[in-house]
Design a protein around this ligand. Structure first.
Ligand SMILES: Nc1ncnc2c1ncn2[C@@H]1O[C@H](COP(=O)(O)OP(=O)(O)O)[C@@H](O)[C@H]1O
Ligand SMILES: [Mg+2]
Length: 267
């Protein structure tokens, strides 16, 4: 079933906490899926910290024809962000009904065109925006981003439970900032310990999508508007995101098969 005409898969990227790399994963996942041959949109729904414009190096505001908003085209992606409405450092104070309306506009009044994937960078936590989105739109599934620390994992479990409650399939959990490779020795340093993300995914009975290393180039790419995903799958900085993208692609195909219309053969 396509809830929004022309959009084949809607994938939300959520987390229990801010600062765990949700936007970094959203942006690089979108780029990886696009480089793998898909038509991809990226919707930045993080009302509290819309960082997609900065990470994608977008400085212009979207245009409208009075009826519909035209997304920004950049690096092969179609992008829409809460940040476009309120550029700069001033926080925008949104109340529940306004949030609901603006989300609906972003989903249904943006000229997304035909998309294989719409990636949605959700705000952290389990609040109004997430609920309003999930109750009004059929999502293909959700990716939950966590770091290996106990505090992040505790909140990631809440995010997984929220998706379960509203019957959004969990595509899987990604453990970001898993480990560090020491520049001199090449030794792996498990800053927050090892294995907790995978174990949590097992306990919660959701797929584990992999570990992404803590790499300075990933942070630099985000801050400079040139995400590492643009370096392609051969780059050591980007490879992890392409691995995650492959699993997301496979899981979305599975999920589409599971909920799609039953084919009947007639003669
Ligand atoms: N794997 C990583 N390696 C290095 N820096 C990272 C990594 N993931 C995220 N970061 C950096 O950490 C900061 C927070 O990430 P961000 O994606 O903004 O988190 P969130 O969207 O969850 O708040 C950003 O500066 C980002 O560039
Ligand atoms: Mg963010």
């Amino acid at each position: 079933m396509q809830d929004i005409p022309g959009i084949h898969n809607i994938v939300a990227v959520g987390s229990g906490k801010g600062g765990v790399g949700k936007t970094t994963v959203s942006v690089n996942l979108a780029i990886a899926l696009s480089r793998m041959g898909n038509r991809v949109g990226l919707l930045d729904a993080d009302v509290y910290g819309p960082n997609v414009p900065l990470m994608m190096g977008v400085n212009e505001a979207p245009l409208t024809d009075g009826q519909q908003i035209k997304p920004i085209f950049k690096e092969g992606l179609r992008i829409m962000s809460m940040g476009f409405l309120n550029p700069g450092d001033k926080p925008l104070v949104w109340r529940g009904p306004m949030l609901h309306n603006v989300m609906q506009q972003f989903l249904r009044q943006v000229q997304w065109g035909e998309l294989d994937y719409l990636i949605i960078d959700l705000p952290p936590g389990t609040g109004d925006v997430q609920l309003s989105l999930m109750q009004s739109t059929k999502l293909t599934g959700a990716v939950v981003v966590t770091t290996p620390s106990d505090v992040s994992l505790e909140d990631a479990r809440k995010a997984v439970n929220m998706f379960h409650q509203v019957k959004v399939p969990v595509i899987g959990m990604v453990e970001n900032m898993s480990y560090l490779i020491a520049p001199q020795s090449g030794e792996r340093i498990d800053v927050f310990g090892h294995g907790a993300g995978k174990k949590t995914a097992e306990v919660m009975k959701v797929p584990f999508l992999g570990e992404l290393a803590l790499i300075p180039a990933i942070r630099e790419g985000g801050d400079s508007g040139k995400p590492v995903g643009l370096e392609g799958p051969q780059s050591a900085n980007a490879a992890g995101f392409y691995e995650v993208a492959k699993v997301v692609e496979a899981r979305c195909q599975e999920l589409a098969g599971a909920s799609g219309p039953t084919m009947t053969v007639s003669d």
